[in-house]
Design a protein around this ligand. Sequence first.
Ligand code: MN
Length: 235
Amino acid sequence: MTHSKTSSLVFPAPVMPLVPVTDEASFFPVRRIFCVGRNYAEHAKEMGADPERDPPFFFTKPADAIVANGTDIPYPLATANLHHEVELVIAIGQGGTHIPTHSALDHVFGYAVGNDLTRRDLQAQAKKNGRPWDTAKGFDQSAPISSISPVTLCGHINSGEISLKVNGELRQTGDVSDMIWSVSEIISALSALFALQPGDLIFSGTPAGVGPLEPGDQVHAVIEGLTPLHHAISS
Ligand code: MN
């Protein structure tokens, strides 16, 4: 059902989350946030999984989990073990279903640096009990993201350093070329499960070195060729 009269709304409609486009006075409207789990072998191992046996998989966050670059994030509710996960974010500009890998990159508008913030204690409980990951992954302000560099500016990101520092100390480092599923393979696999739409974001998985964040921490995340991401956990 669609509305032609805003006066029929029982409260004001939420504002659509927007991410700035690097070097442009325009914004990318966010429709959905998909995430890839265990897409780097060394991270799968540090989480106790076997990357040979367990292929990557998908989960989601709500679109309004987006946090603008440079924004302080309060320590989240209901956790005593908040973790950082630096990730390449794929911004979809053209939708599709059953997208073949050979044309998958045509669907990419651009790329950004994201932090898949995780309540690791709630995730451990969910895994133990065979329950969904929503409370561990899809909480408020769980998706800080840099501005999105359009492909016309940065090209396609299939290799290059990905790293994250906390208070200047290197915590995570890897190379985008180490992803188990490439950008094309992620788009192809996801589009077999959902009809992708312009505005969808895909967090593509994190390299090894995930760890805890504390109030007062300063987080700096970089991927070669993209706008760096910075945020603090406010105390
Ligand atoms: Mn992740």
